[in-house]
Design a protein around this ligand. Structure first.
Ligand code: BES
Ligand code: MN
Ligand code: ZN
Length: 490
């Protein structure tokens, strides 16, 4: 885990293995004149020769001089309109670079920055240094590279900037936790492990944690969740984390996450090609845990309830079958058309159970449909709601977090697609508008609170190595959740 500190030192004078200087498009020497002198005018010449123009994502690595920074890296932020976003992106890139170099520690300089900008830099540095190495053997000593463990941000060390640092660290660590859980294979990240992780978070931050197993869920009448879990010998877990940071009577913000530690499709089994990606089917749950970790660290003055439904979806002699009808916690009967539409079966009972906590609002996140990936690709989370004011709040939160969402309709026109001949509703509407019919199915179990559903199937993980994110989990929707909760406090 990266430790970040602040220092008011002059960039030309810090003894650091790597000094990263972030610059906007068409940079000038303002703020780095002393540094330029220290490196005998190398920066002036570099800018004059247009070897570095400050374009977004541009990187130029220079060797420093004997005194002060041993290496210099210039990083471009482009013609920025959103300083926070540009700083975060540049910091992520810088930390990735430093991590790959194996320098162990780095120093960041981007001129005078506000507390909010400091926070963005910290979030970026932590994201860029993130790597999941727990299941890789160490290379031989000679080839080993130091992981990036320490970073210093050069800025005035005030109460304000220290607050930015603390908040950035909280969010960064929440996101790293979510990414770690998501990267873990299904045989490591089990429902048990998710429940155990929730207990640890609860213990660290004084949250009440309740875990329901199969027997408790049976007593609650959660026939829909249990239909998914009946195919696996692993104990399913419904985990509730209660953070009471706000006033006693304040209704909580409720966050709900799909926690399928592996989704084979069940009897409606998925094709073998790419099935390994279905270990990511718990990214909604990981986001809930990451957000609670961040909220707990920030000690936010607000009440939050996190809830995750953890199990696996397996084909077996005890598994649910297409055509089966189950009774949900809400009371509605569900015809199971496709056992691979399991996430909505889990969420149906969670959304129904949510009423017990008298939530102010409920946001659920789930890697729910391949159809959402077809509709929006990997650039936007699909957002659905029964309340337009809440929708605007969640979209704004996503934007602030750098995790954009885009609304899709929940019109009654689509409802015919999930009408059942034998039960109240069926769990699959087939291929047309697949993300919409999944959300409409969830809506059948929502009563008494404003609700937003986030379909993160395309945004929770990356299939390729992107500029700021290596192949794997992105941390979405942790940031959206945190920004939403903070936004409510303003
Ligand atoms: N977890 C999957 C959705 C998914 C698919 C996420 C691909 C990311 C990438 C979900 O449980 C699922 O299998 N959904 C089905 C629904 C269908 C059977 C109605 C799907 O999207 O194909
Ligand atoms: Mn599925
Ligand atoms: Zn699934």
């Amino acid at each position: 885990m990266l430790t970040v500190t602040l220092s008011a030192a002059n960039p030309s004078e810090v003894g650091t293995p790597l000094l990263v200087v972030a610059l906007v498009e068409n940079p000038t020497l303002s703020g780095i004149a002393a540094l330029d002198t220290a490196v005998a005018g190398a920066l002036t010449r570099t800018i004059e020769m247009k070897d570095f123009r400050g374009a977004r994502d541009e990187m130029l690595h220079l060797t420093g001089v004997a005194k002060g920074p041993r290496r210099l890296m210039l990083i471009g932020m482009g013609a920025t309109t959103d300083r926070r976003a540009s700083l975060k992106r540049a910091a992520t890139l810088a930390a990735r670079h430093a991590h790959r170099l194996g320098v162990g520690e780095m120093t960041w300089y981007s001129g005078q920055i506000t507390a909010e900008e400091t926070e963005a830099v910290v979030v970026g540095l932590i994201a860029g240094s993130w790597e999941y190495t727990e299941l890789k053997s160490q290379p031989p000593e000679a080839e080993r590279k130091k992981p990036l463990e320490r970073a210093t941000i050069l800025t005035s060390n005030t109460d304000d900037s220290r607050r930015g640092l603390a908040n950035g660290q909280a969010i960064g660590e929440g996101q790293s936790l979510a990414r770690r859980l998501a990267m873990m294979p299904g045989n490591v990240c089990t429902p048990d492990l998710l429940a155990e992780t929730a207990r640890e978070i609860g213990q660290r931050h004084g949250m009440e944690v309740t875990v329901l197993g199969r027997a408790e869920m049976e007593a609650e009448g959660m026939g829909s969740f249990l239909a998914v879990a009946q195919g696996t010998p692993q104990e399913p877990k419904l985990v509730v984390l209660k953070y009471n940071g706000g006033p006693g009577g304040q209704k909580p913000v409720m966050l709900i996450g799909k926690g399928l530690c592996f989704d084979s499709g069940g009897i409606s089994i998925k094709p073998a090609q790419g099935m390994e990606f279905m270990k990511f089917d718990m990214c909604g749950a990981a986001g809930v845990l990451g957000a609670l970790e961040a909220v707990g660290q920030m000690k936010l003055n607000v009440n939050v309830v996190g809830m995750i439904g953890a199990t696996t979806n397996m084909p077996s002699g005890t598994a649910m079958n297409p055509g089966d009808v189950v009774k949900s916690h809400f009371g509605k009967f569900i015809e199971i058309i496709n056992t691979d539409a399991e996430g909505r079966l889990v969420l149906a009972d969670l959304l129904s159970y949510a009423r017990r906590f008298n939530p102010d609002v409920v946001i659920d996140a789930a890697t729910l449909t391949g159809a959402c990936v077809i509709a929006l690709g990997h650039a936007a989370t699909g957002v659905f709601t029964n309340d337009d004011a809440l929708l605007a709040e969640v979209l704004a939160a996503g934007k602030r977090a750098g995790e954009p969402g885009w609304p899709l309709p929940l019109w009654d026109e689509y409802k015919d697609l999930i009408k059942s001949d034998v039960a109240d509703v069926k769990n699959s509407g087939g291929r047309p508008a697949g993300a919409v019919t999944a959300a409409l199915f969830l809506k059948e179990f929502v009563e008494g609170f404003p609700w937003v559903h986030l379909d993160i199937a395309g945004t929770a993980y990356s299939e390729s190595d992107l500029v700021t994110i290596p192949k794997g989990p992105t941390g979405v929707p942790t940031g959206t959740f945190v920004e939403f909760i903070r936004g409510r406090m303003r």
